[in-house]
Ligand binder design. Structure first.
Ligand code: FES
Length: 165
């Protein structure tokens, strides 16, 4: 099923946001709060998608090698909410980061997932409300937010599919 106005190339960058309508589960499933299956195959390296599950925004990013390397080069002891990058992904699926899209300060939606959105100073996400910067592992690095972006319960059901919930 393809949505009208599906992904296209603008200025060399693939527009990812329209894919959400293809990837998101149907409204009935969302309303029921049931687990949802998400096909990650259309999410190319360096791109991200947003969807909703149980009324919460979920970010999924297919990280570049640079983003993974940056996340792993950090001295975890220096972090406000110390957590390794490896603890925030599923082993063997290091490229994919799945997060709640909710700033841990006062709950705004950070930018950095869709193409063209600012990613902040650490190649991750930045909150437009009070300037919290999260890194490419979704960990808080600067600003008032006290904690890393949360991670919803999910599991890989194949190399390119996950079940959230
Ligand atoms: S709600 Fe994000 S920095 Fe305040």
């Amino acid at each position: 099923m393809l949505a009208t106005g599906a992904a296209g190339v603008v200025g060399g960058a693939l527009v990812v946001w329209p894919l959400v309508s293809q990837l998101a589960p149907d409204a009935q499933t969302i309303a029921a709060g049931a687990p949802i299956d998400v096909d990650l195959a259309p999410v190319a390296e360096g791109q991200g998608i947003k969807l909703t599950w149980r009324g919460q925004i979920i970010f999924i990013r297919n990280r570049t090698k640079k983003e993974i390397d940056e996340a792993r080069a950090v001295d975890v002891a220096t972090l406000r909410d110390p957590q390794t990058d490896q603890a925030r992904i599923k082993a063997g699926h290091d490229k994919f980061l799945v997060l709640y899209g909710k700033c841990t300060h006062l709950g705004c939606i950070p930018s950095g997932t869709a193409a063209g959105e600012p990613k902040g100073d650490y190649d991750g996400w930045v909150c437009p409300c009070h300037g919290s910067h999260y890194d490419s592992s979704g960990r808080i690095r600067r600003g008032p937010a006290p904690l890393n972006l949360g991670i919803p319960p999910y599991a890989f059901t194949s190399d390119t599919k996950i079940k959230i919930g």
